[in-house]
Design a protein around this ligand. Structure first.
Ligand code: ZN
Ligand code: ZN
Length: 250
């Protein structure tokens, strides 16, 4: 099993403990995401210390206020590290809008450019801006090796995401009672575009909702997604493990 989006340094316990608990649950590949320049070293050190952990480096849309060339250069430099497998998370977040929309767009475009040049996939954070994010990816990201829509949450955009060939990665919120539309989306994603993740420490899946999430719990989300698709856990495991290997080249 795989967790294609986690923030290991924000989870409960040491990285060693978190990775060990994940391995015990059968989760042997984790992409840990550095949100800002300040956390790149932390993410890369965790990836260096654990064979099955890889890193993404980027600037979260909410952290893009005053996005500068120097920030883009820091991401570009960090992306040279051999365990970096994606740029991100990047995208647009007009729900929390802690950064001005134009700064978010500038940061997003810069990261699409870095990922394209470095032939790395992007891990996309889209909230309250899903349609515009997809528009920008279609317009500016046609040369990207892969696009992963992390914490896929806008069922209405599923047809366009699938049409564009974007991976749809489901997090713990797909297990929440009030998310029948997301479960329907999870049931309808084509086999080859389906992924799962935790976004830990956030969005713990049922029955652990409200607790501090960690990568081991991606198994709960995967179990629910398997049920909605009418396949066994092992079949789902094989599918998302193969998809993640193709998308992230790990
Ligand atoms: Zn996110
Ligand atoms: Zn995240």
């Amino acid at each position: 099993m795989v967790d294609t989006h986690a923030h290991i340094e924000m989870c409960e316990g040491t990285p060693d403990e978190i990775v060990a608990r994940a391995a015990e649950a059968g989760v042997d590949r984790i992409l840990t995401i550095g949100l800002t320049e300040e956390t790149f070293d932390v993410s890369l050190a965790i990836a260096d210390a654990h064979e099955g952990v890889f890193a993404a480096v980027g600037c979260h849309p909410n952290e893009t206020t005053g996005f500068t060339d120097a920030m883009a250069e820091a991401i570009d430099r960090a992306a040279e590290h051999p365990k970096v497998r994606a740029i991100g998370e990047t995208g647009l977040d007009f729900y929390r809008d802690s950064a001005p929309p134009d700064d978010q767009r500038r940061g997003f475009l810069a990261q699409i450019e870095i990922a394209t040049r470095r032939k790395l996939p992007v891990s996309i954070h889209a909230r309250g801006a899903e349609a515009e994010c997809i528009d920008m990816l279609i317009e500016h990201g046609s040369e990207l090796p892969a696009v992963i829509l992390h914490c896929f949450s806008d069922a209405g955009e599923l047809p366009r995401a699938v049409e564009a060939g974007f991976y749809c990665s489901f997090a713990g919120n797909v297990t929440f009672k009030n998310a029948p539309d997301l479960r329907e989306a999870a049931a309808n994603v084509p086999d080859e575009l389906l992924l799962v993740e935790t976004d830990s420490p956030f969005l713990a899946p049922m029955p652990n909702r409200g607790k501090r999430c960690e990568p081991a719990w991606v198994t709960l989300t995967a179990q629910l997604v398997a049920e909605t698709r009418g396949v066994s856990y092992d079949e789902l495991d094989a599918l998302v493990t193969a998809n993640a290997k193709r998308a992230l080249d790990w």
